[in-house]
Design a protein around this ligand. Structure first.
Ligand SMILES: [Zn+2]
Length: 308
């Protein structure tokens, strides 16, 4: 019995010792954790202070910059003027100050077409308000689709070059008469009117591009002949150079309502013959269309460059 007591007693002792060791370790551990947390608190405090002082520094820099801008503004007017000039520069940084009207020829069969209108201002000769245009004999694509596709790409290209672009139509379902097309250009302050068409002929071998302009004897727009001639020439030359399409030159037409109602230099570009296999297929090639657009835009650039 005595032996059992000794064994039991030592077991209790060992157990107590082990518990004591755990307890001490626990207290120490919690103490070191508390210390660690305090240290982190101090660090967070320090970081907050650093961030505050950085913010103060930034504010001081901003204030200095404001004073500098105001000073610069006073030299050339007021600080507000300087700021307004900055805004203008940012909003139309790429504007070249030129406004161009692009007229994609014809419209789709869904458009509401019909009626007649005078051939020119004051004319008693009436012509159809709308014409349906030709069609790709080989590709099957109607002229109104081709003219819109090229014109939309041209609009983008001209905007990239800094032009403001007025479009007479941007879909195939809007009916815009020939007189209205000229009036849209005038009403919106366009400096030139470039009309985009493609040709057709009963002779499938007829091919190439041309521009059409009013003659000096045109009773309605004879005064626009000279500038229109320059416009037509620049466009046909640049267009044929960019595309390799045959250059049929600038030709005089006084029977086109959309030309006769124009108030600004005007030309029709006939991009090629949709009744000629080579022209028709090339005009539907996306890569060729890029060249066509570049060529027209180059011609417009050249027209304005010479006018300066
Ligand atoms: Zn046409």
């Amino acid at each position: 019995m005595k032996k059992m007591g000794i064994i039991f007693g030592s077991l209790i002792f060992v157990l107590a010792a082990v518990l004591a060791v755990f307890a001490v370790a626990g207290v120490q551990k919690s103490k070191s954790l508390q210390q660690e947390m305090k240290r982190m608190d101090r660090q967070i405090n320090k970081m907050q202070k650093t961030s505050e002082s950085l913010e103060e520094e930034l504010e001081a820099l901003k204030e200095a910059k404001r004073k500098e801008t105001a000073g610069a503004g006073q030299e050339a007017g007021t600080a507000e003027d300087a700021q307004a000039a900055d805004t203008r520069e940012a909003s139309d940084q790429k504007s070249n100050g030129r406004k161009v009207a692009i007229d994609p020829g014809h419209q789709g069969p869904g458009a509401d077409t019909g009626g007649t209108e005078p051939l020119g201002p004051g004319s008693e000769e009436m012509k159809d308000k709308f014409a349906s245009g030709t069609q790709g004999v080989y590709t099957g694509v109607p002229e109104y689709e081709l003219t819109l596709a090229v014109s939309m790409q041209l609009q983008e290209e001209l905007k990239n070059r800094g032009y403001e672009v007025i479009m007479t139509r941007e879909d195939n379902d809007t009916a815009v008469s020939n007189v209205e097309r000229a009036q849209i250009a005038a009403k919106n302050g366009a400096q030139i009117l470039v009309r985009i068409h493609a040709d057709g002929s009963g002779d499938n071998s007829a091919n190439g591009a041309m521009t059409m302009i009013p003659s000096a004897e045109n009773p309605y727009v004879g005064q626009l002949h000279e500038e229109s001639s320059r416009l037509g020439e620049e466009i046909i030359n640049a267009y044929c150079q960019a595309t390799g399409i045959k250059n049929n030159g600038v030709r005089l037409y006084d029977n086109m309502t959309g030309i006769n109602w124009s108030t600004v230099p005007v030309t029709i570009l006939e991009m090629g013959f949709m009744t000629n296999q080579s022209d028709d297929e090339r005009m539907q090639d996306p890569e060729m269309q890029k060249n066509m657009v570049q060529g027209i835009a180059d011609g417009i650039d050249a027209y304005f460059a010479a006018a300066q």
